[in-house]
Design a protein around this ligand. Sequence first.
Ligand code: GTB
Length: 216
Amino acid sequence: MTPIITAFENSPDRGRGLARDLRVRWALEEVGQPYDVRLVSFREMKEPAHRRLHPFGQIPTYEEDGLALFESGAIVLHVAQRHAGLLPTSGTARARATAWMFAALNTVEPPIVERSMATILERDKPWYAERLVILDERVRVRLRELSTRLGDADWLEGDFNAGDLLMVTVLRRLEGSGLLDPFRNLTEYVARGEARPAYRRAFAAQLAVFTDRNPG
Ligand code: GTB
C-alpha cells in the first residue's frame, strides 16, 4: 500500500514549509517512496476519526499496511529504518545518527518552539519584551553549542542522515528571527539541506497545497 500522510488543508504558515509534515515528506522523498496526502482542516483534526490516528489531534500522521503512526520523529525513524539512505548500516553509526534525531527534537527544538509560540501568543503581554530576551538567549545557547560541534563539516555525523534531516527542519523554524545569522556554518548547513532535490520536492508539494487553495 502507498503510505498516506496527513497535512494541513490550510497551513497557517502560507506554504513556508514550517508545518511538520514537511519532514515526513522530505524523508519519503529521500528514500524514493511515493506517498499520498490526506488534507485535514483544524476542525477535522479534533474529531474522533482523526484522533484515532493522532491522540493529540494534530498532523502529521502516517498510515501504511495496518500501521498507523503519529509524531513526526517516529514517522521519520520508521521510514529511515524501512528504506536505505537515511541511516547508516553499521550499528554504531546508526546509533549515533539516531542520537542526533533525538537531539534535534528533544534538545534543540523545544527552546525554538517555545520562542516561536511566545511571538505568536504573548506579543501583547506587558512582559513580552523582557521574556523574549530570555527565550532568545536560550535558543542562542543551543545554536552556539550546535555550531561548535558542526564546525566546518557538511553534516553532523558523516554523511547526510535522518539526524540532519530533522535538525535542518528544526533550525528552519528560526527563519526571519535573525537568530541563526551570526552562525555562518549553521546557515550554510540549513542551505545545504534545502538544496537537496528531495527537500525541494517536499517543499514544492507542501507549497502546492497552499497555492492551489489560494490562487493569485
Ligand atoms: N510532536 C509532534 C510531531 O512532531 O509530530 C507535534 C505535531 C504538531 O505540533 N503539529 C502541528 C498541529 O497539528 C502542526 S506542525 N497543530 C494543530 C493543533 O495542534 O491543533 C507545527 C506548526 C504549525 C504551524 C506553523 N506555522 O504556521 O508556522 C509551524 C509549525
